[in-house]
Design a protein around this ligand. Structure first.
Ligand code: ADP
Length: 264
């Protein structure tokens, strides 16, 4: 009867509205939560070096110190300030380059020579850490449209991780090859590897597998998030495979076709 149908119909409409409303709100709620987590993590990371600056400066002001003690306190202040400066640069990088790069900021880049320069730069650092760096780059140029500094930064983050997480005596390999219309960059290491359970998270901001070890190595857990964001800003993709105790391979894939061919 009608008396029963009307409330049921109204109830259905209400329920549908509630479900749809809830669905529409979910992405907003998610990004709000993400932003909140990000702000809270960033503040937390700043707090430690800031406390070091404050306490060392206060001691210097309150207690009479001999020159050597004074020097120690100043050194700790400099270290903490450097750490904050790195964090702030990383945060700025993340804030500036979200979304695709504007076509006018791209230029033709030869990946082969860009990577060759990086390999040369890193091979001296490798020797210092008793690591070997092998590079396997093509003879010919591999050209694409990119913002070279940002691309260099993405690769640098992978290379510096490879060094950080590979014990002395190990090896790091930098490869470049083309596959259909993709340029593929691989950074492999024979290092500590990443547990399977952590793999889905390592590109998240502030995520670290071993917080203590990473922090000691000067890491904030932003390097991979930045690399991912910069690669995606170029329309590319980043991925990883890893075996604990054997090593990791990070892979960047980029289109080699010109931006104009994509028509945007
Ligand atoms: P971090 O500054 O801590 O290195 P990243 O965002 O660069 O931050 O990396 C996130 C985490 O992923 C690191 O803390 C580390 O645990 C892990 N990781 C990254 N690269 C490697 C690697 N090549 N080998 C082993 N673990 C790695």
């Amino acid at each position: 009867s009608l008396t029963l149908l009307v409330p049921v119909a109204l109830g259905m409409i209400g329920l549908t509205g509630w479900v749809l409303g809830g669905l529409a709100m979910q992405p907003i709620r998610d990004s709000y939560n993400q932003l909140q987590r990000f702000t809270s993590n960033a503040s937390h990371e700043l707090r430690t070096p800031l406390a070091a600056v404050l306490s060392n400066a206060q001691v210097g002001l309150l207690v009479p110190l001999d020159p050597q003690q004074q020097r120690n306190h100043l050194e700790q202040i400099v270290e903490a300030a450097k750490s904050m400066s790195t964090l702030v640069s990383n945060l700025l990088l993340l804030a500036r380059h979200s979304g695709r790069l504007a076509p006018e900021s791209l230029k033709e880049v030869d990946l082969t020579s860009l990577l060759k320069e990086q390999a040369d730069f890193y091979s001296s650092q490798a020797a210092e850490k008793q690591l070997s760096l092998k590079s396997d780059l093509p003879e010919q140029p591999v050209k694409l449209e990119a913002e070279p500094d940002l691309l260099r930064q993405a690769v640098e983050n992978l290379l510096s991780n490879a060094y950080k997480y590979t014990p002395a005596g190990g090896s790091v390999q930098l490869r470049l090859f083309t596959q259909s219309r993709q340029a593929v960059i691989q950074v492999s290491d024979s290092g500590i590897g990443i547990p399977q359970a952590d793999l889905p998270h390592i590109f998240e901001r502030f995520y670290r597998v071993d917080t203590k070890q990473s922090r000691q190595a000067g890491g904030f857990g932003l390097g991979l998030a930045i690399a991912k964001q910069l690669v995606e800003a170029h329309g590319g993709q980043i991925s990883v495979t890893s075996v604990v105790g054997q090593g990791s391979t990070f892979q960047i894939e980029l289109h080699t076709r010109k931006v104009t061919e994509e028509g945007y």
